[in-house]
Design a protein around this ligand. Structure first.
Ligand code: SUD
Ligand code: ADP
Length: 316
């Protein structure tokens, strides 16, 4: 039976600005998304049946249709019923290394990996843009996860403009393993509290978006100016998540005091990250923060920014 093993990297949000709300219930965003080395491993194996079976080593990951990886396989079955009939079903095994419900797009990247894996297994020959278009149906962050690297994302997060890759920096991630933040809750609460700041006309949205395109953040990325990037980190969702989760606010403060280029919450949280120039600096920051907060539920990861999206590591 043919088998593909894939690496599915997590992401962090270097910049997340909420501009307006949309008739479809989503929010209009300007983001800068960045892949990191921390990844799940996905195995996709033909099983000679007509079933999709899902396996995962993490107790919090659902194994039914609510799993984005399962949903991705179902979407491919619906889109390409003849291929499914010819090639048969698959066993999908997720080796979960990315913390769950952490603001790191763990589910989205697994979904993206299944799209790429089935494209290969069923010899569909779909291009990256075609896979990204399918990914839009699974979630706003899935199109980014297909290609990864560094990108400006607009719309609900699905419109992507790749920019110069930024892979020369290290990152410390910190998360309480007993905390999870619901993404719909974060956006809903933001809307209730800050909806009055939204721009709701197209011209206004375009002008704000182009400000960022030409803005100093993109310039700092193309200059690979870590100090400037650290200063310019932004995430509007912090405004609702930090007051609701004081532990996360305290964690951010401790990490900030410990050094590095800049500290910010990723996505809807509750993971907080610090960008660093070197692995040594990252390890020192982790150690300092660990000494300041002696809580066994607080976990750390030291990793690097990455220029890769989903990649294939073996084919049998
Ligand atoms: C906050 C971010 C930042 O990258 O990431 P995470 O924290 O989830 O990793 C994303 O915007 C999350 O993207 P993703 O997790 O793919 O969201 P989706 O499944 O599409 O949407 C989940 C829910 O979030 C809200 N949502 C999402 C995206 C968006 N632009 N506006 C929204 O209002 C909607 O309530 C939607 O029902
Ligand atoms: N493959 C998957 N991996 C992780 N979580 C998943 C997956 N599929 C569905 N989920 C569900 O999605 C929720 C959000 O998880 P995740 O994608 O890890 O976080 P985030 O949306 O914060 O980036 C989880 O609580 C879980 O119930």
């Amino acid at each position: 039976m043919r088998t593909y093993q894939l690496i599915a990297p997590a992401k962090i949000n270097l910049y997340l600005e909420i501009i307006g709300d949309r008739p479809d219930g989503y929010h209009e965003l300007v983001m800068i998304l960045q892949s990191i080395i921390l990844s799940d491993r996905i195995e996709i194996r033909s099983n000679g049946t007509q079933a999709i079976n899902l396996h995962c080593n993490h107790p919090l990951v659902p194994l039914d249709q609510t799993n984005i990886a399962y949903h991705a396989a179902q979407l491919m079955v619906d889109q390409f019923p003849e291929r499914f009939a010819n090639y048969g079903g698959v066993d999908i095994t997720i080796d979960k290394q990315i913390p769950v419900a952490a603001g790191l797009a763990g589910g989205s990247t697994d979904g993206a990996a299944v799209l790429l894996g089935l494209n290969l297994l069923w010899e569909l020959g779909l291009t990256i843009p075609q896979l990204q278009q399918l990914g839009e149906k699974l979630g706003s962050d899935v199109p980014f996860c297909v290609r990864g690297g560094t990108a400006i994302a607009t719309g609900r997060g699905e419109k992507l403009d790749p920019i110069q890759d930024l892979d020369n920096l290290w990152v410390v991630l910190a998360k309480y393993n007993n905390l999870a933040v619901s993404t719909p809750w974060a956006y809903q609460t933001y809307k209730q509290q800050f909806g009055h700041t939204y721009i709701n006309d197209i011209a206004g949205i375009q002008s704000r978006t182009s400000q960022l395109h030409s803005g100093s953040f993109v310039q700092a990325i193309s200059d690979k100016d870590g100090k400037k990037i650290g200063e310019l980190l932004q995430n509007d969702l912090e405004k609702v998540v930090l007051p609701e989760y004081p532990q996360v606010a305290q964690l951010k403060e401790v990490l900030k005091q410990a050094g590095g280029l800049g500290t910010m919450m990723s996505g809807s949280g509750p993971t907080v990250f610090t960008l660093c120039q070197s692995q040594t600096e990252a390890e020192t920051i982790k150690k300092t923060a660990r000494q300041k907060i002696e809580d066994p539920s607080l976990e750390f990861w030291v990793t690097q920014l990455s220029s890769s999206g989903i990649s294939i590591i073996s084919e049998q």
